[in-house]
Structure formats: structure tokens, C-alpha cells
Design a protein around this ligand. Structure first.
Ligand code: LUZ
Ligand code: MOS
Length: 749
């Protein structure tokens, strides 16, 4: 199966939000933002900007008809700063002009007088000062501190992971268009159409039914458009409501990098207790999350961190505490993995350190503690499958990991300058939104009289191929060729109250809704055919566009059946809803069943370090991934490879640097923020394994979610490089070549 958008993409024919035809009279918006990380606004002067040629309006908080509030989980974020600013890049005003150039020029003539206040960018410092987004949260399982005292080995330490710029190819953008009777159509590059609709309604003081949000497709998102596409879409809608004209807002790359939040940097403390043999007996960990200046999704992200605090291992005694620390950086947000990668890095760091303390090789401690069926996660859910251990064993065998280690050791004996390292990275990632009620989706399917099928769901296509997968399962369900199906844009008027396409569950949930809607239409058509043929529906089916009778193909085609159904006045449309079954969670007791299932796999990574220059290469990554019954192997491969490389970038070269005093982002261009390129990409081999069968109605036709889990295979690169360096160092990611050099020279940064 192919990715159905591929032909459009390579020919440049796919339409993204910014490509939509601009209605006559469209205004161009430019956002004026805070130049200072923390301060009180003394005066804001937009007069001269308003007088600039081509300027139609300059909007500020006082122009908002409804609530100046865009916070989702916690209502702590204004659309436009009013009295205070809390980060550089925080929106303050919106210039609307006849051309992008006029808007930009006018924006630079806005004058603001600020009284600077002390700012903080370090989460530990913020925590000390009591600057928390929400009260700390703790998972407690067994008796960690008591058990630790009886342990043969106790390892303490800390670990740090940096943030990460999403770097979606398409920057944040929206085109809002006025309709009759005060209605507004917002075309937005968002992962969450209903969420944009809800916040726009709140800010504009309008009912949601007057706002239609339409999402054609996204040029990448990675979580960066789960929550943070909203402000720009709402600003465009505000522009429409204030001027009555269409408004287009497209962030420039530099604006996007400065103004929007990123993956949360974490700094964490850990204490691990192990017995003589390397079995992990206790795990105590404190996570300090750099949440940035507003809540955004930070508490949900911390929740996923806590759910993944033991990584792919069973630990019988656990205490994990998370602090969401409010700092003066742009509010950090969802990013592929959603707090899971941060947790797993700390666990792997502790195991690495435990190996140094006990003399037991890292891979033996890992293997000794891998999750097995019957083990409990620290939130009480039982591990049902043995997929993690089987993936570990398959990975060891398929990629001859023992040999790789031997080769590396031999290489290192023979070479002074170049050193090789090998690491294993087991991944076990929970699938479902941890906020249980978000695990729902809907589909609306229309069969037209010519037999072609239009499918609308809440899923947003962002390059990940969700639409291809939904088309496949819809065609399979109807028993017709996939070319007869088409995915419509994501639109709140067709699918209401949808969750963002996130948490790796977009295809699972929206696909199942599409299956239900298609089954309904099919059963109506088959009962009609049964009546006509004087048989039962059970004897009939559809296969590749033809009616089958007792399994034998007939000459009656799908289009004939559709026509007959229409003429018999049978409804050829269906709407269906899907809610992931079996989910529950109690946040008081911190126990429950938050995930439909876990996705597991193991990666082996080989790295070579140049110990004179500090540069390195990742030679090879081998992965065994339990993906279930694959629907579209190419899409799965694309997701695994893409996520792996994104994860590798996070722990190796992608370094965000803020000026210590001003808190200005210094790595605010592609010249200073380095991401993996073609030449960095190692030799990658991915082996997909079926693993366990999923229960009926979970997953998508036997396939498993694939968006986020493979990101965490990338963590193995950090440890492969560390093993190549071969000496102790702080557990700080990313491991840039500069850091490697400092470690080799024993210099602290
Ligand atoms: N978004 C969310 C997510 O709201 N809840 C989640 O659990 C989640 N997990 C991964 C990615 N986005
Ligand atoms: Mo996401 S981090 O699944 O938007």
C-alpha cells in the first residue's frame, strides 16, 4: 500500500493552510510580542503603527469581546498580555494590514515601555521559589525508601535532558474568513480542530456553532500543534470579528522558533537500589520539569512522565514525584513522546551508573529487569505481554549484538583515536491519552450515488499517513477498491468534539469510528440485496467491489447496489463514534488502567567517537519493533525511521541555548539549531514483529499505534556514544560533540 498523498506531495500539489486561495480583501496579520522575559507593562503605544500606510487595525487585549484566556487544562494564559509579560515572544498586539510587508513594518513601530522584573529559567530555582504550575504529584508503589535501606547497592545521581524545537516544515498559520450572521470559518494548521473552535468561542464570546474550524492537512506537527496552533488561529478569528474581513496569519520561521514552546527540558534526581545480582529493588525519582511561563499541557506531560518512570523495567518499589516548574521561557508543550522520553532517559542513566558501581555490565542489568507478563506498573496496571523481552531477544539475535560488542572491544584495543560503543534501548510506551475522556473519536461516511465514498473523521493528516490507514480500513470494511474512497478535510461541522490527533492514537480511534460507520452502511446495503435475492444478509458480502454469495463472487457490482439502495430510499450516510474500551484511572489513588495497550521494541545502536575531535558518528541502528498486524508497512517504516532520527537528534546535536540574563533564545535560527541531516543518518534496519494479538476493538484491525514509541529508540545513541567514550560523565543530554570533547578533556562546561 502506498501513502496516498505521496504523489501530491512530490509534485507540490498538496494544499496546506497557507496555500488556500485568499478571499478578496484578505488582511495580513503580524504579531507584536514581548521583548522581555518578565516585566510589567507601563505603557503600550500603537498610535504610530495604526497610522502607517496600509494598516487597518492594531488589536490588543482591550479589543477582545470575550475572555482573554486560552489556557486549556489550567486557565493561566492570556491571548494577549495585559499587565505583565512572562516570556520573550509573548503576544501583546496584532497588526492587521493590506500586505504582509505593511504589517511587519507597522509592528516594528509599536512602542512598549516595560519595567523589567527578575526572571527565572532554571526549573530547580523556580521550584525553590514555589513557582509551580500545579501541586507536585507522586506515584507511590511498595515501600521504596525502606527497601532501599536493605539493598546491596544504592546509586544516587541526577540526569538532565534538553528541550527540542519541533521544526515542523510548515510554520504555525491560519486563515479566518467571515460568513453570514457573524459566523467565522477558521482554516488552521492544528492537530486539534475542536480545541481551536472551543478557545475561539471563549475569546470571542460566541457560541461554538458559529465557528467552523477546517484543517486541510499539516506540514508536520510532532505535538507542536496540539495546543500551540490555537493562539494564532484565535488571533486570526479575532481579526475577522473586529474588521469583518478575512485574516491570514503565517509565522515566519524565526518567529515560530522564538514565540512557541518546545519539548520540556527536565532535570531529575534519582536513587536506585539493587540487590547483589543487579535486580532493581527500589526506584526513587524527582522530576523537575521546565514548564515555561504557562500551564499549556505541562501537567499532562508530567503525568505521562510518571507513567513511564520505570521505563521498560519492573521495579517492585517506586516513588516518583513530578514538579511542573513555572519559568520565563515560552510555554513548553507536547512533543512526540509527551514526557515519556524524559522519564526513560533518567532510568537508563541510573542503570548506566549502577553498572559502574556494581561492575555488572549495563545490558545485564537491563535484561535482568525487563518487564515480564504479570509484572505491575507503578500505577497498578499489569503487564500482560512478553513483547519487551521477546523484542530484546530477537534484537540480540538478529543483529548479533554479542558479536557487535566483541567487534567494538577489538576495535577499541586496536585504535587509539577512534572508539566504538554499543547500547541496547528497550522501549515500552503506553497507548491512549492519559486523560481518559480524550479517548474518543468519530467518523462521518457518505456513499454517493456513483459509488464513490467520502470519509470525514476527527483525525488530522500531518504527514504521518493517518488518512491512508483510514482509507484502507474503510475500503476493507466496505469490500470495495480503496480508490473509491477519499478523505475529506478535518472539519468541526462534520466531526464535532474531537480530541486532538495525538498520543499515537489518531489512526486507532478514528479508524475504528470509520469502520463502524462503514459497517453500518454495508449492512443496510446487504439487507436490501438479501431481500432482492431472497436470501439472508449472512450469506452475502462484498469483496473488491462485487457482491459475493456464499463466498462466491457474483456479477453484481458495488455501484449497482448503491444505486438500488438510493432508489429504495435507504440512507447511504452514517456517523459513528468510538470510545477506547476498558480505560479508567483514579488520580487520588494513582491507580488504574490508563492505557489500552503498550507498544514494545528494542534497539541496538553502534557509535564511533573521534577522541581527538570529539565528533562522532552513529554507525548503525537495529530495531525489533512489535507493530502488530501491519496495515501499511511503508507508513510504519517511515514512522519508525523518522521517530528514531528525531530521538537521536534530541539526545545528540539538538541543543537549545538561552541567554542566562535576558532569557533570550540564542539558538533561534537553523544556522544555530542543528538537526540531523542526511549525512548523520546511520544504517538503519527495522524488523517488524507481530507480537501479541490485540483484543477486538483495540488497536486498528490488529495493527498497533506507531507514532511516538519509536522516538525513544533514539535514546540509545546517547548511551552508545557514552560507551564509546568509556569514562564516567554527567548524564546530560544532548551529547553534542563539544560536550564529548569536554568529557574527554575532563573539563566542565
Ligand atoms: N496529549 C494529551 C498527548 O493530551 N494526552 C496524552 O496522554 C498525550 N500523550 C501523547 C501525546 N499527546
Ligand atoms: Mo502528540 S506529542 O501525540 O501531539
Amino acid at each position: 500500500m502506498r501513502h496516498f498523498d505521496a504523489l501530491l506531495h512530490v509534485r507540490g500539489k498538496s494544499l496546506f493552510t497557507a496555500d488556500l486561495p485568499e478571499p478578496c480583501g484578505t488582511l495580513y496579520a503580524r504579531v507584536f510580542t514581548s521583548p522581555c522575559a518578565c516585566g510589567r507593562i507601563i505603557s503600550l503605544d500603537t498610535d504610530s503603527a495604526e497610522k502607517e500606510e496600509g494598516v487597518v487595525a492594531v488589536l490588543t487585549a482591550s479589543d477582545i469581546p470575550g475572555e482573554n484566556q486560552i489556557g486549556s487544562i489550567i486557565k493561566d494564559e492570556p491571548l494577549f498580555a495585559e499587565e505583565e509579560v512572562h516570556y520573550i515572544g509573548q503576544p501583546i498586539a496584532l497588526v492587521l494590514a493590506e500586505s504582509p510587508r505593511s504589517a511587519k513594518k507597522a509592528s516594528s513601530s509599536i512602542r512598549i515601555d516595560l519595567k523589567e522584573m527578575p526572571s527565572v529559567s532554571d526549573p530547580r530555582e523556580a521550584c525553590k521559589r514555589g513557582l509551580l504550575i500545579a501541586p507536585p504529584r507522586t506515584f507511590l508503589f511498595g515501600e521504596p525508601s525502606k527497601i532501599r535501606e536493605q539493598c546491596a547497592h544504592v546509586v544516587t545521581g541526577n540526569a538532565e535532558t534538553g528541550g527540542q524545537e519541533h521544526l515542523y516544515l510548515e510554520t504555525q498559520c491560519a486563515l479566518a474568513v467571515p460568513g453570514e450572521d457573524g459566523t467565522i470559518l477558521i482554516n488552521s494548521s492544528t492537530q486539534g480542530a475542536s480545541y481551536v473552535q472551543m478557545i475561539a468561542a471563549r475569546v470571542l464570546g460566541m457560541p461554538m456553532h458559529k465557528i467552523q474550524v477546517n484543517v486541510p492537512r499539516l506540514g508536520g506537527a510532532f505535538g507542536g500543534k496540539e495546543d500551540q496552533a490555537t493562539p494564532w488561529a484565535v488571533m486570526a478569528a479575532l481579526g475577522v470579528s473586529c474588521t469583518g474581513r478575512p485574516v491570514k496569519l503565517v509565522l515566519q520561521r524565526h518567529e515560530d522558533m522564538v514565540n512557541t514552546g518546545k519539548r520540556h527540558p527536565y532535570t531529575s534526581d534519582f536513587i536506585m537500589g539493587l540487590d547483589e545480582s543487579g535486580k532493581i529493588m527500589s526506584w526513587e525519582v524527582d522530576y523537575y520539569q521546565n514548564s515555561g511561563a504557562a500551564g499549556d499541557l505541562s501537567t499532562a506531560i508530567m503525568e505521562r512522565t510518571l507513567f513511564h518512570c520505570t521505563g521498560g523495567y519492573f521495579v517492585p518499589n517506586v516513588r516518583a514525584t513530578g514538579y511542573c516548574c513555572r519559568t520565563n521561557l515560552a510555554p513548553n508543550t507536547a512533543f512526540r513522546g509527551f514526557g515519556g522520553p524524559q522519564a526513560m532517559f533518567v532510568m537508563e542513566a541510573a542503570i548506566h551508573k549502577a553498572s559502574a558501581a556494581t561492575g555488572i555490565p549495563v545490558h545485564m542489568i537491563q535484561e535482568r529487569n525487563l518487564l515480564q507478563p504479570g509484572d505491575r506498573f507503578p500505577y497498578g496496571m499489569a503487564c500482560k505481554s512478553d513483547e519487551l523481552r521477546t523484542s530484546w531477544n530477537m534484537c540480540s539475535e538478529k543483529f548479533s549484538v554479542k558479536e557487535l560488542r566483541k567487534e567494538a572491544a577489538g576495535f577499541n584495543r586496536r585504535n587509539q583515536r577512534f572508539k566504538k560503543g554499543v547500547s541496547m534501548m528497550p522501549v515500552c510506551f503506553g497507548i491512549s491519552f492519559t486523560t481518559s475522556f480524550l479517548n474518543q473519536a468519530s467518523a462521518l461516511v457518505h456513499v454517493y450515488t456513483d459509488g464513490s465514498v467520502g470519509i470525514s473523521t476527527g483525525a488530522v493528516e500531518m504527514g504521518q499517513g493517518v488518512n491512508s490507514r483510514i482509507r484502507q480500513v474503510a475500503a476493507e470494511t466496505l469490500g470495495i477498491p480503496v480508490d473509491l474512497t477519499r478523505m475529506e478535510s478535518t472539519n468541526t461541522s462534520r466531526n464535532a468534539n474531537t480530541s486532538p490527533t495525538a498520543a499515537s492514537s489518531g489512526a486507532d480511534m478514528n479508524g475504528n469510528a470509520a469502520i463502524a460507520a462503514c459497517s453500518e452502511i454495508k449492512s443496510r446495503i446487504l439487507s436490501l440485496a438479501a431481500e432482492r435475492l431472497c436470501t439472508t444478509s449472512a450469506a452475502l458480502n462484498l469483496h473488491e467491489g462485487y457482491l459475493t454469495i456464499d463466498g462466491e463472487a457474483s456479477l453484481t457490482g458495488w455501484t449497482d447496489l448503491v444505486k438500488q439502495a438510493y432508489e429504495t430510499r435507504i440512507d447511504l450516510s452514517s456517523h459513528a463514534h468510538y470510545a477506547t474500551p476498558g480505560l479508567h484511572y483514579n488520580r487520588e489513588t494513582e491507580r488504574g488502567h490508563p492505557f489500552a495497550y503498550h507498544v514494545c521494541g528494542t534497539a541496538v545502536t553502534v557509535a564511533t567517537v573521534d577522541s581527538i575531535l570529539g565528533t562522532y558518528e552513529i554507525d548503525r541502528v537495529g530495531i525489533v519493533h512489535h507493530g502488530g498486524k501491519q496495515l501499511n508497512p511503508l507508513i510504519d517504516l517511515g514512522q519508525v525511521e523518522g521517530a528514531l532520527i528525531q530521538g537521536m537528534g534530541w539526545v545528540t546535536m539538538e541543543e537549545l541555548v538561552w541567554d542566562k540574563d535576558s532569557k533570550r533564545l540564542l539558538t533561534d535560527t537553523l544556522a544555530t539549531y542543528k538537526v540531523p541531516d542526511m549525512s548523520f543518518i546511520p544504517h538503519i534496519e527495522v524488523m517488524f514483529a507481530r507480537g501479541d494479538e490485540l483484543p477486538e476493538n483495540i488497536g486498528l484491525m490488529g495493527s498497533k499505534a506507531v507514532g511516538e514509541p519509536p522516538f525513544m529508540y533514539g535514546i540509545g545513541s546517547w548511551f552508545a556514544i557514552m560507551n564509546a567514550i568509556g569514562k564516567e560523565a554527567d548524564y546530560i543530554a544532548p551529547m553534542t560533540p563539544e560536550k564529548v570533547l569536554m568529557i574527554l578533556r575532563d573539563r566542565k562546561r
